[in-house]
Design a protein around this ligand. Structure first.
Ligand code: PGA
Length: 250
């Protein structure tokens, strides 16, 4: 197996209007320049078509999809609809959706399968709460989430894991690098259980308050194959240094 290429994905969450497309183009230019790193940007679904037009070389993603192809699901968007307007990937199972929309592991597995069927790559999120970490349950929780939400036929060419400790998201707090190494190592072992040798090709991103100041250190941790970046992906000023840190770590 070759070395895993570093992968940095931005998650704009519910941020971004047409006026943000110039920022997205600056990010795309930096992504084009750093040939050793894969970069993607997951934008609000309202912006996908325009983002894909504005930055044709940058893979544009969604942040969720519905598990059904179509149907009576008011307000929802299917994976095929996202693909049709230019999405090349989608996040599924983000902790904000697990919490705000009560998404279960079974829902997330169905969404990942639907996304793959529609030709989208998938970033599958997992992560523990602070209470679970304090209780010594972090690894058990996260590996159970993966076992229950990752499709049985998952492979590295279309699925990436993102480990995001919930208490680190948007808080400015990041885990000790030793804790990140322990978790990513445990995820790798779990992936080997689930999908065998394919596990060694699958990328495991770290997410939660990654920024230009801490990216180099986090990306140097063993089994950290990139980052899922929220707040610091909103501007090129903040996001490009993370892309550069990933290039240096490659
Ligand atoms: P953050 O968000 O980088 O703002 O902490 C990460 C995420 O939720 O994907």
């Amino acid at each position: 197996m070759g070395a895993r290429r570093k992968f940095v994905a931005g998650n704009w969450k519910m941020h971004g209007m047409a006026g943000s497309l110039s920022e997205l183009q600056l990010i795309a230019a930096a992504a084009d320049a750093s040939k050793s790193v894969d970069v993607a940007l997951c934008v609000p679904s309202t912006l996908i078509a325009r983002a894909a037009d504005a930055a044709p070389t940058l893979p544009i993603g969604a942040q969720d999809c519905h598990q059904a192809e179509h149907g009576a699901h008011t307000g929802c968007v299917s994976a095929a609809m996202l693909a049709e307007v230019g999405a090349r990937l989608t996040i599924v199972g983000h902790s904000e959706r697990r919490q705000d929309q009560q998404e279960s592991n079974a829902d997330i597995k169905a969404k990942a399968e639907a996304a793959h069927a529609a030709g989208l790559s998938v970033i599958l999120c997992c992560g523990e709460t602070e209470a679970q970490r304090d209780a010594g349950q972090a690894i058990a929780r996260v590996t159970a989430q993966i076992a229950e939400s990752m499709p049985d036929d998952a492979s590295a060419d279309w699925l990436t894991i993102a480990y995001e400790p919930i208490w680190a998201i948007g808080t400015g707090r990041v885990p000790q690098t030793s804790d990140v190494a322990e978790m990513h190592g445990a995820i790798r072992v779990k992936l080997r259980d689930l999908i065998g040798e394919e596990a060694d090709a699958m990328r495991i991103l770290y997410g939660g308050s990654m920024n230009g100041g801490n990216a180099a250190e986090l990306l140097a941790v063993s089994d950290v194959d990139g980052g899922l970046v929220g707040g610091a992906s909103l501007s090129a000023d903040k996001f490009v240094p993370i892309i550069e840190a990933a290039a240096s770590a490659s």
